[in-house]
Design a protein around this ligand. Sequence first.
Ligand code: ATP
Length: 231
Amino acid sequence: MLELKDLNVHYGKLHVLHDLSIQVPEGQRVGIFGHNGAGKTTLLRACMGDLEHMQGNVQYRGNAIRTNEVHVNVSYGMAFVPQGHNVFRDLQVQQNLKIAGMRHEPDARKQAFDEVYALFPLLAERSEQIAGSLSGGQQQMLALGMALMTQPSILLLDEPTIGLAPVIVRDVLASVSEINRSRKTTIVIVEQNVQATLQNVDRAIVIKSGRIIYDGKSADLLSQESLWDLF
Ligand SMILES: Nc1ncnc2c1ncn2[C@@H]1O[C@H](COP(=O)(O)OP(=O)(O)OP(=O)(O)O)[C@@H](O)[C@H]1O
């Protein structure tokens, strides 16, 4: 379980997140939506402890998440894929995956490789290709694969479909759902592609100016398009 209780985040004088309390059970897929600047990225960074300061309580699987200790928080089973294609462009696909799985012993790394290649056969086919020569969608698959090399129990994804063509958006979101289905990985995904994402998550949270204005089943939000005017 990921638990945020009375979370407040400021950047200097700017109060970005206001008294947020959210509980994400194991294995749930949660979509976080809202306008630019609503505080979605800040929320993900708070979950990882990737902030200078925050007030309130963030816990993952009973472990207190502390700021400035991302390396410790990762060891609790968390992985964060930030916005953009976070791959080493000059290295091969397999070298990218190897670096991401560096902390593993060889046997565990082999298992992680097998798992990633089973989920993304395209990465296996292109294991020797230079990452920078992959398409945008393929690079995003590689970024997901790299996150999976740490064998996380929760994946925090910041706009993984940004800049991708609609058909590729669907592929990336379907891959995220497949990761959840096959590995039971909890998913927290920030997205601007609201409709496509709602079809791939169980729960939707809408944030406006750092406050939760909707928290409910994604299907309910999907069927009430009038609610989309909220954000
Ligand atoms: N490191 C920072 N220092 C100062 N202000 C910041 C910092 N990061 C974000 N902000 C500000 O905090 C607010 C929330 O930003 P955040 O990136 O969390 O929003 P967001 O909902 O993810 O937006 P976007 O969709 O544009 O990524 C914005 O006003 C932003 O300008």
